[in-house]
Design a protein around this ligand. Sequence first.
Ligand code: HPA
Length: 273
Amino acid sequence: MINLNIKYKELIEKLDDLTLIKPDIAIILGSGLGDFAKSLNIKNSISTSTLSNYPASTIPGHEGKIISGEYSGKNILLFQGRIHFYEGYKLNECVLPVFISKKLGAEKILLTNAAGGINPNFHPGDLMLTTSFNGISIKKELLEVTGLPSAESKNNLIDLPSKEINQIIRKSADKEKIKIVEGVYWYTKGPSYETPAEIQMIKNFGGDAVGMSTVHEALFASFLGLQTGSISCITNYAAGISNKKLDHSEVTETANLVKDKFERLVKRVINLI
Ligand code: HPA
């Protein structure tokens, strides 16, 4: 079993110097949502390629930067880009941003992502508040590879996502007059998009949106005791919901179209947190 404290000791020490102040919230930015960093007062920024042991970012739209910034009097630890399982990394590498957040003292984390819409009421460009995650396919594996003591890993997941953070997201959307839909985010391992039959199955089991990230981060954050919230940008209709062929450029293009709305929402969340 991997001991993350040992594996990432040097990296955490370097990042401790970067942030200095305890973050009020950590935020992981999903595909095409990285521009949000520009709206913060950036105090310090580091390219993850300069950190020993940090998995290289291989996906367009994931910059690979860790930023310490400020907005509305709050200290923010921002991950511009994330690490995906389908890039070939191990789950203990994929959850590194969450581990770093915990080590640098964050008690809250907001996960954001691009996702395919399954719920017939969802359309590309909608923002979705996650009401629950489905990570049944990875839970055991996640616990095995991250070496969490069993007491932590048996924490119950009833407050995932955090009710308090979800209320703040709802209130923020309301104040900004942004329509936000709500639903269950379902994880698939990728790397390819799903087949229509897979989407039909997820739909039958209550999934509203599908994506290839976030759930391992959310579970791990919760195991570490972080209050966790998640916002998805619905970038496309999931396979078979529309017959359009899917590709990553559609995902980043739609994310780009909603970035102002997304930015307003997340800024308000920071303000109210
Ligand atoms: N499926 C999986 N992941 C995704 C999708 C999708 O349709 N859209 C954005 N990320």
